[in-house]
Design a protein around this ligand. Structure first.
Ligand code: PRX
Length: 576
Protein backbone atom coordinates (compact mmCIF):
# COMPACT_ATOMS: atom_id res chain seq x y z
CA UNK A 1 0.00 0.00 0.00
CA UNK A 2 1.45 3.35 -0.93
CA UNK A 3 1.96 5.92 1.73
CA UNK A 4 -0.62 8.53 0.82
CA UNK A 5 -0.83 12.12 1.81
CA UNK A 6 -4.00 13.33 3.44
CA UNK A 7 -5.46 16.79 3.11
CA UNK A 8 -8.51 18.37 4.69
CA UNK A 9 -7.45 16.88 8.03
CA UNK A 10 -9.91 18.92 10.03
CA UNK A 11 -13.00 18.73 7.89
CA UNK A 12 -16.04 20.90 8.54
CA UNK A 13 -19.12 19.20 9.85
CA UNK A 14 -22.06 19.65 7.47
CA UNK A 15 -25.14 17.62 6.45
CA UNK A 16 -23.22 14.40 6.91
CA UNK A 17 -21.46 14.82 10.21
CA UNK A 18 -20.36 11.32 11.12
CA UNK A 19 -19.65 9.12 8.13
CA UNK A 20 -19.03 5.81 9.94
CA UNK A 21 -22.07 6.10 12.19
CA UNK A 22 -24.36 7.15 9.34
CA UNK A 23 -23.04 4.36 7.14
CA UNK A 24 -23.86 1.82 9.82
CA UNK A 25 -27.33 3.11 10.67
CA UNK A 26 -28.42 4.20 7.19
CA UNK A 27 -31.75 3.14 5.71
CA UNK A 28 -33.23 4.30 2.41
CA UNK A 29 -36.67 3.83 3.95
CA UNK A 30 -35.94 6.50 6.56
CA UNK A 31 -34.72 8.94 3.91
CA UNK A 32 -37.81 8.26 1.84
CA UNK A 33 -39.98 9.29 4.79
CA UNK A 34 -38.65 12.82 4.39
CA UNK A 35 -40.99 12.98 1.41
CA UNK A 36 -44.60 12.83 2.39
CA UNK A 37 -45.52 10.50 -0.45
CA UNK A 38 -47.72 7.64 -1.42
CA UNK A 39 -45.92 5.06 -3.63
CA UNK A 40 -48.76 5.13 -6.16
CA UNK A 41 -49.39 8.86 -6.18
CA UNK A 42 -46.17 10.72 -6.58
CA UNK A 43 -44.37 13.02 -8.97
CA UNK A 44 -40.78 14.28 -8.75
CA UNK A 45 -41.88 17.57 -10.33
CA UNK A 46 -44.16 18.22 -7.37
CA UNK A 47 -41.35 17.53 -4.90
CA UNK A 48 -38.84 19.66 -6.81
CA UNK A 49 -40.96 22.65 -7.83
CA UNK A 50 -44.64 22.79 -6.89
CA UNK A 51 -44.04 21.96 -3.24
CA UNK A 52 -41.62 24.88 -2.84
CA UNK A 53 -44.00 27.21 -4.68
CA UNK A 54 -46.42 26.72 -1.76
CA UNK A 55 -43.94 27.67 0.95
CA UNK A 56 -41.72 30.65 1.82
CA UNK A 57 -39.51 29.51 -1.05
CA UNK A 58 -42.07 30.65 -3.63
CA UNK A 59 -40.19 33.90 -4.17
CA UNK A 60 -36.79 32.31 -3.84
CA UNK A 61 -34.82 32.15 -7.09
CA UNK A 62 -34.84 28.63 -8.49
CA UNK A 63 -32.77 29.45 -11.58
CA UNK A 64 -30.29 32.17 -12.42
CA UNK A 65 -29.69 31.98 -16.14
CA UNK A 66 -27.09 33.65 -18.32
CA UNK A 67 -26.81 33.34 -22.07
CA UNK A 68 -23.58 33.28 -24.04
CA UNK A 69 -24.29 36.92 -25.08
CA UNK A 70 -24.54 38.07 -21.48
CA UNK A 71 -28.37 38.14 -21.28
CA UNK A 72 -29.45 37.39 -17.72
CA UNK A 73 -32.74 36.02 -16.46
CA UNK A 74 -33.98 34.64 -13.20
CA UNK A 75 -36.96 32.50 -12.26
CA UNK A 76 -38.45 31.94 -8.82
CA UNK A 77 -39.89 28.61 -7.74
CA UNK A 78 -43.38 30.05 -8.24
CA UNK A 79 -42.52 31.24 -11.75
CA UNK A 80 -41.00 27.84 -12.50
CA UNK A 81 -44.20 26.18 -11.32
CA UNK A 82 -46.37 28.34 -13.55
CA UNK A 83 -44.11 28.01 -16.60
CA UNK A 84 -43.82 24.24 -16.25
CA UNK A 85 -47.61 24.06 -15.79
CA UNK A 86 -48.06 26.03 -19.01
CA UNK A 87 -45.55 23.86 -20.82
CA UNK A 88 -47.23 20.67 -19.54
CA UNK A 89 -50.60 21.96 -20.79
CA UNK A 90 -49.02 22.77 -24.14
CA UNK A 91 -47.56 19.27 -24.46
CA UNK A 92 -50.82 17.68 -23.33
CA UNK A 93 -52.65 19.59 -26.06
CA UNK A 94 -50.17 18.11 -28.53
CA UNK A 95 -51.27 14.66 -27.40
CA UNK A 96 -48.50 13.78 -24.93
CA UNK A 97 -49.69 11.20 -22.43
CA UNK A 98 -48.22 9.34 -19.48
CA UNK A 99 -45.37 7.09 -20.64
CA UNK A 100 -44.79 8.93 -23.95
CA UNK A 101 -41.23 9.91 -24.76
CA UNK A 102 -40.54 13.62 -25.21
CA UNK A 103 -36.99 14.50 -26.22
CA UNK A 104 -35.27 17.81 -25.72
CA UNK A 105 -32.50 18.95 -28.05
CA UNK A 106 -31.66 22.41 -26.78
CA UNK A 107 -28.71 24.46 -25.64
CA UNK A 108 -28.84 25.18 -21.89
CA UNK A 109 -31.82 27.54 -22.29
CA UNK A 110 -34.40 28.12 -19.54
CA UNK A 111 -36.85 26.21 -21.77
CA UNK A 112 -34.76 23.07 -21.29
CA UNK A 113 -35.30 23.23 -17.52
CA UNK A 114 -38.97 24.19 -17.87
CA UNK A 115 -39.44 21.35 -20.35
CA UNK A 116 -37.83 18.72 -18.13
CA UNK A 117 -40.18 19.62 -15.26
CA UNK A 118 -43.21 19.79 -17.57
CA UNK A 119 -42.52 16.37 -19.05
CA UNK A 120 -42.31 14.88 -15.54
CA UNK A 121 -45.59 16.60 -14.61
CA UNK A 122 -47.28 14.75 -17.47
CA UNK A 123 -45.88 11.41 -16.32
CA UNK A 124 -44.11 11.33 -19.69
CA UNK A 125 -40.47 10.31 -20.10
CA UNK A 126 -37.85 12.97 -20.85
CA UNK A 127 -34.89 12.41 -23.13
CA UNK A 128 -32.42 15.28 -22.83
CA UNK A 129 -29.87 15.34 -25.66
CA UNK A 130 -26.54 17.18 -25.65
CA UNK A 131 -26.64 20.06 -28.14
CA UNK A 132 -23.30 18.98 -29.68
CA UNK A 133 -24.90 15.84 -31.11
CA UNK A 134 -25.01 15.39 -34.87
CA UNK A 135 -27.76 13.77 -36.96
CA UNK A 136 -26.61 10.17 -36.37
CA UNK A 137 -26.58 10.51 -32.59
CA UNK A 138 -29.98 12.23 -32.64
CA UNK A 139 -31.47 9.60 -34.95
CA UNK A 140 -30.24 6.71 -32.77
CA UNK A 141 -31.90 8.20 -29.70
CA UNK A 142 -35.22 9.30 -31.22
CA UNK A 143 -35.55 6.09 -33.16
CA UNK A 144 -34.78 3.73 -30.30
CA UNK A 145 -37.05 5.54 -27.82
CA UNK A 146 -39.81 6.07 -30.42
CA UNK A 147 -40.07 9.65 -29.26
CA UNK A 148 -43.40 11.34 -30.00
CA UNK A 149 -42.39 14.98 -29.51
CA UNK A 150 -39.10 16.82 -29.82
CA UNK A 151 -38.38 20.24 -28.34
CA UNK A 152 -35.57 22.03 -30.17
CA UNK A 153 -34.49 25.31 -31.80
CA UNK A 154 -34.67 26.16 -35.54
CA UNK A 155 -30.83 25.93 -35.73
CA UNK A 156 -30.57 22.51 -34.11
CA UNK A 157 -33.57 21.26 -36.08
CA UNK A 158 -31.44 21.32 -39.21
CA UNK A 159 -29.56 18.32 -37.82
CA UNK A 160 -32.86 16.54 -37.21
CA UNK A 161 -34.14 17.33 -40.71
CA UNK A 162 -31.35 15.23 -42.16
CA UNK A 163 -32.75 12.11 -40.48
CA UNK A 164 -36.44 12.99 -40.19
CA UNK A 165 -37.43 10.40 -42.77
CA UNK A 166 -36.10 7.71 -40.43
CA UNK A 167 -38.33 8.85 -37.55
CA UNK A 168 -41.90 7.87 -38.38
CA UNK A 169 -43.00 7.95 -34.71
CA UNK A 170 -42.09 11.60 -34.24
CA UNK A 171 -45.38 13.55 -34.40
CA UNK A 172 -44.42 17.09 -33.42
CA UNK A 173 -41.41 19.35 -33.24
CA UNK A 174 -41.77 22.23 -30.80
CA UNK A 175 -39.55 25.14 -31.81
CA UNK A 176 -38.09 27.35 -29.12
CA UNK A 177 -36.90 30.74 -30.46
CA UNK A 178 -38.92 30.34 -33.63
CA UNK A 179 -39.57 33.75 -35.20
CA UNK A 180 -43.32 34.14 -35.04
CA UNK A 181 -43.58 35.72 -38.48
CA UNK A 182 -41.74 32.83 -40.13
CA UNK A 183 -43.70 30.00 -41.65
CA UNK A 184 -43.82 26.65 -39.86
CA UNK A 185 -43.36 23.36 -41.63
CA UNK A 186 -45.96 20.65 -41.19
CA UNK A 187 -45.70 19.01 -37.77
CA UNK A 188 -43.75 21.95 -36.35
CA UNK A 189 -45.22 24.25 -33.72
CA UNK A 190 -44.01 27.46 -32.09
CA UNK A 191 -43.18 27.20 -28.38
CA UNK A 192 -43.76 30.88 -27.71
CA UNK A 193 -47.22 30.99 -29.32
CA UNK A 194 -48.42 27.82 -27.65
CA UNK A 195 -47.04 28.85 -24.25
CA UNK A 196 -48.80 32.21 -24.51
CA UNK A 197 -52.13 30.51 -25.04
CA UNK A 198 -51.66 27.71 -22.47
CA UNK A 199 -53.14 27.89 -18.97
CA UNK A 200 -50.72 28.17 -16.05
CA UNK A 201 -52.77 25.76 -13.98
CA UNK A 202 -52.03 22.14 -14.69
CA UNK A 203 -53.47 19.13 -12.99
CA UNK A 204 -50.49 17.01 -12.03
CA UNK A 205 -50.37 13.49 -13.42
CA UNK A 206 -49.68 11.42 -10.32
CA UNK A 207 -47.53 8.42 -11.14
CA UNK A 208 -46.07 5.42 -9.37
CA UNK A 209 -42.63 5.65 -7.78
CA UNK A 210 -41.39 3.04 -10.24
CA UNK A 211 -42.71 4.84 -13.35
CA UNK A 212 -40.00 6.02 -15.77
CA UNK A 213 -38.82 9.62 -15.54
CA UNK A 214 -35.98 10.03 -17.99
CA UNK A 215 -33.82 8.14 -20.47
CA UNK A 216 -30.20 9.01 -21.07
CA UNK A 217 -28.32 7.22 -23.79
CA UNK A 218 -24.86 6.10 -22.92
CA UNK A 219 -22.11 4.14 -24.62
CA UNK A 220 -20.84 0.65 -24.10
CA UNK A 221 -18.06 -1.16 -25.93
CA UNK A 222 -20.29 -2.52 -28.66
CA UNK A 223 -23.56 -1.64 -30.30
CA UNK A 224 -25.60 1.52 -30.42
CA UNK A 225 -25.91 3.68 -27.30
CA UNK A 226 -28.02 2.18 -24.52
CA UNK A 227 -31.15 3.96 -23.29
CA UNK A 228 -30.49 3.96 -19.56
CA UNK A 229 -33.92 4.37 -17.99
CA UNK A 230 -34.54 5.99 -14.60
CA UNK A 231 -37.69 6.37 -12.51
CA UNK A 232 -39.35 8.89 -10.19
CA UNK A 233 -38.07 6.88 -7.20
CA UNK A 234 -34.57 8.15 -8.09
CA UNK A 235 -35.51 11.29 -6.19
CA UNK A 236 -34.74 9.65 -2.87
CA UNK A 237 -31.11 9.23 -3.97
CA UNK A 238 -30.98 12.64 -5.67
CA UNK A 239 -32.24 14.36 -2.57
CA UNK A 240 -29.89 12.92 0.01
CA UNK A 241 -26.71 12.74 -2.08
CA UNK A 242 -27.17 16.42 -2.95
CA UNK A 243 -27.23 17.22 0.75
CA UNK A 244 -24.47 14.94 1.92
CA UNK A 245 -22.02 14.98 -0.97
CA UNK A 246 -22.52 18.41 -2.51
CA UNK A 247 -23.19 19.83 0.95
CA UNK A 248 -25.93 22.14 -0.36
CA UNK A 249 -27.87 24.32 2.05
CA UNK A 250 -30.72 26.77 1.65
CA UNK A 251 -28.59 29.91 1.37
CA UNK A 252 -26.28 28.49 -1.29
CA UNK A 253 -25.87 29.66 -4.87
CA UNK A 254 -24.86 26.53 -6.66
CA UNK A 255 -23.26 26.08 -10.06
CA UNK A 256 -23.08 22.70 -11.76
CA UNK A 257 -21.17 23.16 -15.01
CA UNK A 258 -22.50 19.97 -16.65
CA UNK A 259 -25.06 19.96 -19.46
CA UNK A 260 -28.34 18.10 -18.79
CA UNK A 261 -27.56 16.02 -21.89
CA UNK A 262 -25.22 14.17 -19.50
CA UNK A 263 -26.33 12.56 -16.28
CA UNK A 264 -24.51 15.03 -14.01
CA UNK A 265 -26.47 17.88 -15.59
CA UNK A 266 -29.81 16.09 -15.25
CA UNK A 267 -29.35 14.86 -11.71
CA UNK A 268 -27.17 17.50 -10.00
CA UNK A 269 -27.79 20.33 -12.45
CA UNK A 270 -31.57 20.08 -12.01
CA UNK A 271 -33.39 17.50 -9.84
CA UNK A 272 -31.01 17.19 -6.88
CA UNK A 273 -30.75 20.91 -6.09
CA UNK A 274 -34.42 21.63 -6.76
CA UNK A 275 -35.57 18.73 -4.59
CA UNK A 276 -33.70 20.55 -1.85
CA UNK A 277 -35.10 23.97 -2.79
CA UNK A 278 -31.66 25.27 -3.79
CA UNK A 279 -31.04 28.22 -6.16
CA UNK A 280 -28.76 27.30 -8.99
CA UNK A 281 -27.03 29.10 -11.82
CA UNK A 282 -26.84 28.00 -15.46
CA UNK A 283 -24.46 29.36 -18.08
CA UNK A 284 -25.31 28.71 -21.70
CA UNK A 285 -21.85 29.45 -22.99
CA UNK A 286 -18.57 27.78 -23.75
CA UNK A 287 -15.67 27.26 -21.40
CA UNK A 288 -13.47 30.27 -20.86
CA UNK A 289 -11.35 30.60 -17.72
CA UNK A 290 -11.92 34.33 -17.19
CA UNK A 291 -15.67 34.04 -17.84
CA UNK A 292 -15.95 31.20 -15.36
CA UNK A 293 -14.22 33.17 -12.61
CA UNK A 294 -16.38 36.17 -13.41
CA UNK A 295 -19.47 34.00 -12.93
CA UNK A 296 -18.34 32.84 -9.49
CA UNK A 297 -17.55 36.42 -8.55
CA UNK A 298 -20.71 38.02 -9.92
CA UNK A 299 -23.20 35.43 -8.72
CA UNK A 300 -21.35 34.79 -5.47
CA UNK A 301 -21.35 31.09 -6.21
CA UNK A 302 -20.86 29.12 -3.00
CA UNK A 303 -20.88 25.51 -4.21
CA UNK A 304 -19.33 24.49 -7.50
CA UNK A 305 -19.59 21.06 -9.15
CA UNK A 306 -17.36 20.64 -12.16
CA UNK A 307 -15.05 18.21 -13.98
CA UNK A 308 -11.33 17.42 -14.04
CA UNK A 309 -10.81 18.60 -17.65
CA UNK A 310 -12.26 22.01 -16.78
CA UNK A 311 -10.11 22.20 -13.66
CA UNK A 312 -7.02 21.25 -15.66
CA UNK A 313 -7.83 23.98 -18.18
CA UNK A 314 -8.27 26.48 -15.35
CA UNK A 315 -4.93 25.37 -13.95
CA UNK A 316 -3.38 25.97 -17.35
CA UNK A 317 -4.89 29.47 -17.43
CA UNK A 318 -2.65 30.21 -14.47
CA UNK A 319 -2.58 31.43 -10.89
CA UNK A 320 -2.45 35.12 -11.81
CA UNK A 321 -5.85 35.00 -13.44
CA UNK A 322 -7.37 33.66 -10.21
CA UNK A 323 -6.02 36.71 -8.36
CA UNK A 324 -7.97 39.07 -10.62
CA UNK A 325 -11.28 37.83 -9.23
CA UNK A 326 -12.97 37.79 -5.88
CA UNK A 327 -13.78 34.14 -5.39
CA UNK A 328 -14.31 34.44 -1.65
CA UNK A 329 -17.95 33.32 -1.91
CA UNK A 330 -16.83 29.77 -2.77
CA UNK A 331 -17.01 27.37 0.13
CA UNK A 332 -17.23 23.91 -1.43
CA UNK A 333 -15.95 22.39 -4.66
CA UNK A 334 -16.69 18.96 -6.15
CA UNK A 335 -15.57 17.15 -9.27
CA UNK A 336 -16.75 14.15 -11.26
CA UNK A 337 -16.48 12.30 -14.53
CA UNK A 338 -12.82 11.31 -14.85
CA UNK A 339 -9.86 10.74 -12.61
CA UNK A 340 -8.99 13.89 -10.69
CA UNK A 341 -5.21 14.28 -10.55
CA UNK A 342 -3.72 14.87 -7.08
CA UNK A 343 -1.78 17.85 -8.46
CA UNK A 344 -5.06 19.52 -9.43
CA UNK A 345 -6.33 19.06 -5.88
CA UNK A 346 -3.12 20.53 -4.50
CA UNK A 347 -3.35 23.42 -6.94
CA UNK A 348 -6.99 24.05 -5.97
CA UNK A 349 -5.99 24.18 -2.34
CA UNK A 350 -3.31 26.73 -3.18
CA UNK A 351 -5.29 29.08 -5.43
CA UNK A 352 -8.87 28.72 -4.18
CA UNK A 353 -7.94 27.83 -0.61
CA UNK A 354 -10.32 24.87 -0.86
CA UNK A 355 -9.95 21.13 -1.32
CA UNK A 356 -11.67 19.68 -4.39
CA UNK A 357 -13.93 16.76 -3.52
CA UNK A 358 -13.84 14.05 -6.17
CA UNK A 359 -16.78 11.69 -6.51
CA UNK A 360 -17.61 8.75 -8.70
CA UNK A 361 -20.79 7.52 -10.33
CA UNK A 362 -22.30 6.65 -13.72
CA UNK A 363 -25.33 7.28 -15.89
CA UNK A 364 -26.55 3.86 -14.78
CA UNK A 365 -26.15 4.46 -11.05
CA UNK A 366 -28.32 7.60 -11.27
CA UNK A 367 -26.64 9.28 -8.30
CA UNK A 368 -23.25 9.60 -6.61
CA UNK A 369 -22.01 6.23 -5.34
CA UNK A 370 -18.50 6.92 -4.03
CA UNK A 371 -17.43 10.29 -2.73
CA UNK A 372 -15.25 12.52 -0.67
CA UNK A 373 -17.40 14.17 2.00
CA UNK A 374 -17.02 17.39 3.93
CA UNK A 375 -16.64 15.36 7.14
CA UNK A 376 -13.84 13.06 5.94
CA UNK A 377 -10.17 13.63 5.16
CA UNK A 378 -9.31 13.57 1.45
CA UNK A 379 -6.61 11.34 0.04
CA UNK A 380 -5.77 13.10 -3.22
CA UNK A 381 -6.30 10.74 -6.15
CA UNK A 382 -8.94 8.67 -4.37
CA UNK A 383 -12.63 8.77 -5.31
CA UNK A 384 -13.49 8.49 -1.61
CA UNK A 385 -15.82 6.14 0.22
CA UNK A 386 -19.18 4.60 -0.72
CA UNK A 387 -22.25 6.69 0.02
CA UNK A 388 -24.10 5.43 3.10
CA UNK A 389 -26.58 2.81 1.88
CA UNK A 390 -24.28 1.75 -0.97
CA UNK A 391 -22.24 -1.42 -0.83
CA UNK A 392 -19.28 -1.14 -3.17
CA UNK A 393 -16.73 -3.90 -3.60
CA UNK A 394 -13.73 -4.93 -5.64
CA UNK A 395 -14.47 -8.35 -7.10
CA UNK A 396 -12.91 -10.88 -9.45
CA UNK A 397 -14.62 -12.35 -12.52
CA UNK A 398 -16.57 -14.84 -10.39
CA UNK A 399 -17.93 -12.28 -7.95
CA UNK A 400 -15.58 -13.04 -5.05
CA UNK A 401 -14.46 -10.02 -3.09
CA UNK A 402 -10.78 -9.14 -3.31
CA UNK A 403 -8.80 -7.85 -0.38
CA UNK A 404 -7.45 -4.36 0.25
CA UNK A 405 -4.94 -3.19 -2.35
CA UNK A 406 -5.87 -5.80 -4.97
CA UNK A 407 -6.95 -4.46 -8.34
CA UNK A 408 -10.25 -5.83 -9.63
CA UNK A 409 -13.70 -4.99 -10.95
CA UNK A 410 -15.62 -2.26 -9.22
CA UNK A 411 -19.08 -3.63 -8.37
CA UNK A 412 -22.12 -2.47 -6.43
CA UNK A 413 -24.80 -4.38 -4.55
CA UNK A 414 -28.03 -3.68 -6.49
CA UNK A 415 -31.06 -2.09 -4.88
CA UNK A 416 -30.40 1.62 -4.23
CA UNK A 417 -33.28 3.92 -5.31
CA UNK A 418 -31.64 5.47 -8.39
CA UNK A 419 -30.22 2.33 -9.99
CA UNK A 420 -31.14 2.03 -13.68
CA UNK A 421 -34.40 0.13 -14.11
CA UNK A 422 -34.02 -0.82 -17.76
CA UNK A 423 -32.11 -0.38 -20.96
CA UNK A 424 -34.91 0.96 -23.11
CA UNK A 425 -36.29 -1.87 -25.23
CA UNK A 426 -33.33 -4.17 -24.54
CA UNK A 427 -33.79 -6.56 -21.65
CA UNK A 428 -30.71 -8.53 -22.67
CA UNK A 429 -28.34 -5.59 -22.36
CA UNK A 430 -29.95 -4.63 -19.06
CA UNK A 431 -29.32 -8.10 -17.64
CA UNK A 432 -25.68 -8.01 -18.75
CA UNK A 433 -24.99 -5.52 -15.97
CA UNK A 434 -25.80 -8.19 -13.38
CA UNK A 435 -23.96 -11.16 -14.91
CA UNK A 436 -21.34 -11.49 -12.18
CA UNK A 437 -23.10 -13.32 -9.39
CA UNK A 438 -25.83 -10.70 -9.01
CA UNK A 439 -23.45 -7.74 -8.51
CA UNK A 440 -24.01 -4.62 -10.60
CA UNK A 441 -20.79 -4.51 -12.65
CA UNK A 442 -19.69 -0.94 -13.32
CA UNK A 443 -17.22 -1.71 -16.12
CA UNK A 444 -14.49 0.11 -14.17
CA UNK A 445 -11.49 -1.37 -12.43
CA UNK A 446 -10.34 -0.05 -9.09
CA UNK A 447 -8.94 -0.98 -5.70
CA UNK A 448 -9.86 -0.27 -2.11
CA UNK A 449 -7.25 0.67 0.46
CA UNK A 450 -7.10 -0.40 4.10
CA UNK A 451 -9.07 2.64 5.21
CA UNK A 452 -11.94 1.84 2.85
CA UNK A 453 -11.08 4.53 0.27
CA UNK A 454 -11.61 3.56 -3.39
CA UNK A 455 -9.03 4.33 -6.09
CA UNK A 456 -9.89 4.37 -9.79
CA UNK A 457 -7.65 2.27 -12.04
CA UNK A 458 -9.30 2.26 -15.49
CA UNK A 459 -12.05 0.81 -17.62
CA UNK A 460 -12.46 -2.93 -17.93
CA UNK A 461 -13.76 -2.42 -21.47
CA UNK A 462 -12.97 -0.21 -24.47
CA UNK A 463 -15.22 2.70 -23.51
CA UNK A 464 -13.45 6.04 -23.99
CA UNK A 465 -13.65 8.91 -21.53
CA UNK A 466 -12.72 12.17 -23.25
CA UNK A 467 -13.09 15.33 -21.13
CA UNK A 468 -15.50 13.38 -18.94
CA UNK A 469 -17.66 12.47 -21.94
CA UNK A 470 -18.30 8.80 -22.40
CA UNK A 471 -17.82 7.71 -26.01
CA UNK A 472 -18.28 4.22 -27.42
CA UNK A 473 -15.60 3.19 -29.93
CA UNK A 474 -18.21 1.28 -31.92
CA UNK A 475 -20.23 4.44 -32.54
CA UNK A 476 -17.21 6.32 -33.89
CA UNK A 477 -16.15 3.30 -35.98
CA UNK A 478 -19.66 2.98 -37.48
CA UNK A 479 -19.83 6.66 -38.27
CA UNK A 480 -16.40 6.50 -39.95
CA UNK A 481 -17.56 3.58 -42.07
CA UNK A 482 -20.26 5.82 -43.54
CA UNK A 483 -17.53 7.86 -45.21
CA UNK A 484 -16.85 6.77 -48.80
CA UNK A 485 -13.08 6.51 -48.26
CA UNK A 486 -13.17 4.24 -45.21
CA UNK A 487 -13.00 0.45 -45.53
CA UNK A 488 -12.28 -0.41 -41.89
CA UNK A 489 -11.66 1.45 -38.69
CA UNK A 490 -10.61 0.77 -35.11
CA UNK A 491 -11.03 3.42 -32.45
CA UNK A 492 -9.28 3.74 -29.09
CA UNK A 493 -8.86 6.21 -26.25
CA UNK A 494 -5.33 7.58 -25.98
CA UNK A 495 -4.13 9.11 -22.68
CA UNK A 496 -3.99 12.91 -22.80
CA UNK A 497 -2.73 15.24 -20.10
CA UNK A 498 -5.58 17.72 -20.46
CA UNK A 499 -8.59 15.71 -21.63
CA UNK A 500 -7.96 12.45 -19.84
CA UNK A 501 -8.21 10.65 -23.16
CA UNK A 502 -8.45 11.72 -26.76
CA UNK A 503 -10.01 9.63 -29.49
CA UNK A 504 -7.65 8.01 -31.96
CA UNK A 505 -8.85 6.24 -35.10
CA UNK A 506 -6.90 3.70 -37.14
CA UNK A 507 -8.24 3.63 -40.67
CA UNK A 508 -7.86 1.29 -43.61
CA UNK A 509 -8.80 3.12 -46.78
CA UNK A 510 -10.85 1.75 -49.64
CA UNK A 511 -9.23 1.03 -53.01
CA UNK A 512 -8.53 4.24 -54.86
CA UNK A 513 -8.03 6.44 -51.77
CA UNK A 514 -4.65 7.58 -50.52
CA UNK A 515 -3.72 8.88 -47.08
CA UNK A 516 -3.39 12.65 -46.99
CA UNK A 517 -3.65 15.51 -44.55
CA UNK A 518 -6.74 16.76 -46.41
CA UNK A 519 -8.49 13.41 -46.05
CA UNK A 520 -7.62 13.32 -42.37
CA UNK A 521 -9.24 16.72 -41.85
CA UNK A 522 -12.24 15.73 -43.93
CA UNK A 523 -12.80 12.64 -41.76
CA UNK A 524 -12.56 14.66 -38.57
CA UNK A 525 -15.15 17.15 -39.81
CA UNK A 526 -17.31 14.28 -41.05
CA UNK A 527 -17.50 12.75 -37.55
CA UNK A 528 -18.00 16.13 -35.88
CA UNK A 529 -20.99 16.79 -38.11
CA UNK A 530 -22.47 13.29 -38.25
CA UNK A 531 -21.96 12.06 -34.71
CA UNK A 532 -20.95 14.74 -32.20
CA UNK A 533 -18.51 17.58 -31.77
CA UNK A 534 -16.86 15.91 -28.77
CA UNK A 535 -16.62 12.47 -30.40
CA UNK A 536 -14.36 13.20 -33.37
CA UNK A 537 -10.97 11.50 -33.57
CA UNK A 538 -8.33 14.07 -32.75
CA UNK A 539 -5.72 11.68 -34.12
CA UNK A 540 -6.01 9.58 -37.25
CA UNK A 541 -3.55 6.96 -38.41
CA UNK A 542 -3.94 5.32 -41.81
CA UNK A 543 -2.82 1.71 -41.95
CA UNK A 544 -2.78 -1.21 -44.36
CA UNK A 545 -4.79 -3.53 -42.09
CA UNK A 546 -6.16 -3.83 -38.57
CA UNK A 547 -5.49 -6.59 -36.03
CA UNK A 548 -8.58 -8.82 -35.91
CA UNK A 549 -9.67 -11.96 -34.12
CA UNK A 550 -10.30 -15.04 -36.26
CA UNK A 551 -14.00 -14.23 -36.01
CA UNK A 552 -13.30 -10.81 -37.54
CA UNK A 553 -13.57 -8.56 -34.46
CA UNK A 554 -11.15 -5.65 -34.36
CA UNK A 555 -8.74 -6.06 -31.44
CA UNK A 556 -8.76 -2.55 -30.04
CA UNK A 557 -6.72 -3.72 -27.08
CA UNK A 558 -3.89 -4.53 -29.47
CA UNK A 559 -4.18 -1.22 -31.31
CA UNK A 560 -3.90 0.53 -27.98
CA UNK A 561 -0.97 -1.54 -26.77
CA UNK A 562 0.94 -0.93 -29.98
CA UNK A 563 0.14 2.77 -29.98
CA UNK A 564 1.32 3.21 -26.42
CA UNK A 565 4.26 0.83 -26.72
CA UNK A 566 2.80 -1.51 -24.10
CA UNK A 567 2.99 -5.31 -23.97
CA UNK A 568 0.40 -6.83 -26.33
CA UNK A 569 -0.68 -9.58 -23.89
CA UNK A 570 -2.53 -12.66 -25.08
CA UNK A 571 -2.73 -12.65 -28.88
CA UNK A 572 -3.81 -16.27 -29.35
CA UNK A 573 -7.12 -15.22 -30.90
CA UNK A 574 -5.39 -12.94 -33.43
CA UNK A 575 -5.98 -13.65 -37.09
CA UNK A 576 -2.79 -14.59 -38.99
O1 PRX B 1 -15.14 5.33 -15.91
C1 PRX B 1 -15.86 6.04 -14.93
C2 PRX B 1 -15.79 7.53 -15.23
O2 PRX B 1 -16.96 7.84 -15.97
C3 PRX B 1 -17.75 6.66 -16.15
C4 PRX B 1 -19.21 7.00 -16.12
O3 PRX B 1 -19.49 7.86 -17.18
P1 PRX B 1 -20.93 8.49 -17.33
O4 PRX B 1 -21.95 7.42 -17.27
O5 PRX B 1 -20.89 9.35 -18.53
O6 PRX B 1 -21.10 9.37 -16.03
C5 PRX B 1 -20.18 10.38 -15.76
C6 PRX B 1 -20.59 11.27 -14.62
C7 PRX B 1 -21.36 10.69 -13.51
C8 PRX B 1 -17.33 5.75 -15.02
O7 PRX B 1 -17.64 4.41 -15.30
N1 PRX B 1 -15.80 8.31 -13.97
C9 PRX B 1 -16.83 8.94 -13.39
N2 PRX B 1 -16.43 9.57 -12.27
C10 PRX B 1 -15.12 9.30 -12.11
C11 PRX B 1 -14.73 8.48 -13.20
N3 PRX B 1 -13.46 8.03 -13.32
C12 PRX B 1 -12.58 8.37 -12.36
N4 PRX B 1 -12.88 9.14 -11.31
C13 PRX B 1 -14.14 9.64 -11.14
N5 PRX B 1 -14.44 10.40 -10.11
Amino acid sequence: MKNVEIINKKPVAAGLVDYEKTHKEFSWEIIKREFDIDDDKVNIAYEAIDKHAKTWRKNKVALYWEGADGTCQKYTFLEMKKLSDKCANMLRALGVKRGDRVFIFLPRLPELYIGMVAIAKLGAIAGPMFSAFGPDAVRDRLQNSEAKVLITTPELKERVDAVLWELPKLEHIVLVNHKEDEELEEGNVCYKTLMRDASDIFEMEWVKLEDPLYILYTSGTTGRPKGVTHVHNDMVSHYITTQWVLDLRDDDVYWCTADPGWVTGTVYGLWGPWLNGISFYVFDGRFDAATWYEIIQNYKVTVWYTAPTALRMLMKAGDDLVKEYDLSSLRYVCSVGEPLNPEVIRWGLKVYGLPIHDNWWQTETGSIMIANYPCLPIKPGSMGKPFPGIEAAIIDGTGSKLSAGQHGLLALKPGWPSMLRAVWGDEKRFKEYFNINGWYATGDTAYKDEDGYFWFVGRADDVINTSGHRVGPFEVESALLEHRAVAESGVIGKPDAERGEIIKAFIVLREGYKPSHELEEELKIFIRHRLAAHAYPKEIEFCANLPKTRSGKIMRRLLKAKDLGLPTGDISTLED
